[in-house]
Design a protein around this ligand. Structure first.
Ligand code: HEM
Length: 414
């Protein structure tokens, strides 16, 4: 729409075209945005400087220092200050990614890259390097473009992430329902209810807060393990009744992982890692209106926010998934027109009592899921090769073995 408006304006004013030759060239293209010949005009993430290194990750897909306790955004780092999303920007169901884009740690237009995401997760939330790679890759195999290495953190942006004449598939973006985005979320509707499973829903935020008040105190509600375990259980029970086409496979355990982020990633280490209302409402962009209901503004960390001191690991996330699910085990299955169909599956926890950050079973479990999911991408072999190229070297020390799955690009070709 933006380009259509610009082209109308320019068509009526040829002098302006002469003054802006880049637009003249773009207008010459078949769709007024001939990206095969001209660079994609988009706002990239703000580069990191030596003055404001955060946890030391750069835009190169490599590891930072893992030394957290860093204030984000750093005082004086105006380039990483909050800005409202620019017109036409993409935002989606993930408050964590929306926050990164609103601060320029990802491209502010919401069309990001593999390297932006791996660096942003480390620098802002102090996610451990291999965990950042695993989370980013999980996003890519479901929703990203392996050729351009770009991904929309909102809806489908194939015409931007692809290149004219070189489209390799339709990649849905993080908002795409039925991939990474599934039913039974915290503050987003189930898709069935209105086809929008990515926008913030203030009623659901109010319900999550009410649960937190019950599990802690009304004066200082905490979005801690107890609150999130109970609220996820309540959301599931509600969906079983309200969504006649609820789909809840084991894959939905990802949403338990997202719930761990409220008490693992969002709390400020300058505030004793407390998942309080000020912190959580800020990251969700939730603001209380005069009538007591919850509205929405751009997501951001609260003032004086400091990230975790120690990196968040896969053991933190998967251990959280296991514990949240175990607190209120739920049946996996689907509502078929309102009648429950059980998959009769039992969940086997991935973490044992001795799970640690470097646990190869956890890393290999995540890597195996990523590789298998890649094979269902629009371009399975391109996606598989992308995973092997980027994540292969990172996970190589864990000596994962996947019978039947090639773990080298050479193996893929043979
Ligand atoms: C440490 C980094 C991250 C944090 C703190 C974070 C935080 C969250 C939170 C709190 C939610 C729940 C929102 C709700 O249900 O209301 C969520 C959902 C989601 N996140 Fe993230 N996230 C992170 C990384 C990522 C990455 C790397 C991706 C993919 C590229 C991603 C994709 C999603 C998706 C698809 C959902 C929707 C799940 C659903 O409700 O069905 N997130 N995230």
């Amino acid at each position: 729409m933006r380009f259509a408006a610009i082209s109308l304006l320019l068509a009526a004013t040829p002098l302006v075209v002469e003054a802006y030759p880049q637009y003249a060239k773009r207008l010459a293209g078949s769709r007024n945005d001939n990206r095969a010949k001209y660079p994609i005009l988009r706002r990239a993430a703000v580069p990191y400087s030596d003055q404001y290194p955060y946890t030391g990750a750069k835009l190169d897909g490599q590891s930072g220092t893992g030394k957290g306790g860093v204030q984000v955004p750093a005082p004086g780092d105006t380039a990483h200050e909050y800005q409202d999303p620019p017109p036409g920007a993409y935002r989606g169901p993930c408050p964590g990614l929306n926050t990164l884009a609103n601060h320029g740690f990802l491209s502010r237009d919401g069309i990001t890259t593999y390297t932006e995401m791996v660096a942003g997760l480390q620098n802002v939330y102090n996610v451990d390097f291999s965990t950042a790679v695993a989370l980013t890759m999980l996003g890519f195999v479901f929703d990203g473009d392996p050729i351009s290495e770009m991904m929309s953190i909102g809806g489908d942006a194939t015409l931007i992430t692809g290149q004219d004449g070189n489209f390799t598939g339709e990649y849905g973006g993080v908002s795409k329902h039925g991939t990474f985005e599934l039913d039974v979320s915290l503050t987003r509707n189930d898709f069935y209810l209105n086809g929008d499973s990515y926008s913030f829903n203030g009623t659901l935020f109010g319900m999550m807060l009410a649960t937190a008040k019950n599990t802690s105190t009304a004066a200082n509600p905490l979005f801690d393990f107890n609150a999130m375990a109970l609220y996820r259980s309540q959301q599931y029970d509600r969906a079983r009744v309200e969504n006649p086409w609820l789909y809840f496979p084991q894959l939905a355990l990802h949403n338990y992982g997202a719930a761990t982020f409220l008490y693992e990633a969002f709390p400020s280490s300058a505030k004793n890692n407390t998942p309080d209302l000020e912190t959580i409402s800020s990251f969700f962009g939730a603001v209380q209106l005069e009538d007591g209901t919850w509205g929405h503004v751009g997501e951001r960390p609260p003032p004086n926010w400091h990230n975790r001191v120690t990196p968040m690991t896969l053991a933190d996330v998967t251990g959280g998934i296991d514990a949240l699910y175990a607190a209120y085990p739920k049946d996996f299955g689907a509502n078929l027109g309102g009648t429950w169909f059980s998959l009769n599956e039992t969940y086997t926890p991935s973490t044992g009592s001795n799970s640690s950050a470097g646990d190869s079973a956890l890393v290999c479990g995540a890597y195996g899921e990523i590789l298998n999911t890649a094979l269902s991408a629009p371009q399975p072999y391109a996606m598989y090769g992308f995973v092997l190229e980027k994540a292969g070297p990172v996970f190589a020390p864990y000596n994962c073995s996947f019978p039947g799955l090639p773990t080298s690009i050479a193996g893929l070709a043979s």
